[in-house]
Ligand binder design. Structure first.
Ligand code: GLN
Length: 299
């Protein structure tokens, strides 16, 4: 029996159709990325010779990848990588896939960091935030996460990016933190529990649940980190968060009420609130405490 010749173009078309039929919104892009992943081909060489034949093994592998993607397994869990800040990060089911929105947080943090500073990334996951900062500055970096599996991914990424040692701490928030930092940066879980079930399947079923769940009102981790970070920030140190588009006012207010100053909310490219930052001075905290004590004495 004569077998149908499998060219790059036939497979690519077949992949697009299958993904489209499965309701994958970015079916063209995803079918392309998977072709690139399986064959290592570039766009230029594809268009140079779209009728090049694929080996049976490659064709089979491509079809398997397309099948997985049709089942709504995220592209990044199939290819194992995601680009972030221009660097390649390994990902798996133990870490949140780095989002482009988070680059805004990194950019903003880079404004506060200088060589020689101490930086803590709370809820580091894949390590994408801290490692991107380390690509730019020679800082002493600590990444904390409750998940040891996540920290393994983060360390693998550090090695892959040929970066200097980082202190990875398996810690429930500040539980194991002992030192003080010039900059604390965090993209904590911030989705309201009730909203998680309405998220797309790729996120809801494949990103780690603990990386998403910000408890009832989505602000649980902001409250805890804002309060606890006070003991771990150097005088005049900065705390910076990624936030959900509708959390700018609430998180800014939490920071001001806790004694942080110069609280600023930064928007993303879509014009939505995305980052909140503020700085902490011990003199402000002492003043606040004195006012509170006076109030208690008067009451
Ligand atoms: N810091 C990681 C990131 O930004 C993980 C965040 C998380 O798990 N909530 O991608």
């Amino acid at each position: 029996m004569k077998q149908k010749i499998l060219t790059l173009q036939t497979l690519y078309r077949e992949g697009q159709i299958q993904l489209k039929d499965s309701g994958i919104e970015e079916y063209q892009l995803d079918a392309w990325y998977l072709l690139e992943y399986v064959t290592g081909i570039s766009k230029a060489s594809y268009y140079g010779d779209p009728n090049r034949e694929l080996s049976a093994a490659q064709a089979e592998e491509y079809r398997k990848c397309i099948e997985k993607r049709s089942e709504r397994i995220p592209l990044q869990h199939i290819t194992g990588v995601q680009e972030f800040m221009g660097h390649e990060f390994f990902v798996n089911e133990h870490v949140l896939i780095p989002r482009q929105d988070t680059e805004i947080l990194v950019e903003h943090a880079l404004d506060k960091v200088e060589d020689g500073k101490k930086v803590l990334d709370m809820c580091t996951g894949s390590g994408c935030i801290l490692l991107s900062i380390l690509k730019r500055y020679q800082v002493q970096g600590t990444g904390a996460d409750i998940s040891s599996e996540a920290l393994q991914v983060a360390e693998r990424n550090r090695k892959h990016l040929a970066l200097p040692q980082v202190e990875w701490l398996q810690s429930d928030l500040f539980e194991k933190i002992e030192e003080k930092y010039d900059v604390i940066v965090s993209n904590p879980p911030y989705i309201q529990t009730g909203v998680i079930e309405s998220l797309q399947e790729e996120v809801r079923l494949h990103d780690p649940y603990i990386a998403l769940d910000g408890k009832e009102d989505g602000l649980y981790f902001y409250r805890r980190i804002i309060e606890d970070a006070k003991a771990y920030l150097e005088d005049g140190g900065w705390l910076l968060f990624e936030i959900g588009y509708d959390q700018g006012a609430a998180v800014s207010e939490l920071m001001r009420a806790a004694g942080y100053r110069d609280v600023e909310c930064v928007k993303d490219f879509a014009g939505l609130d995305r980052v909140v930052s503020g700085t902490l001075y011990s003199s402000d905290i002492e003043k606040m405490n004195r006012i509170n004590e006076d109030k208690i004495r008067k009451d």
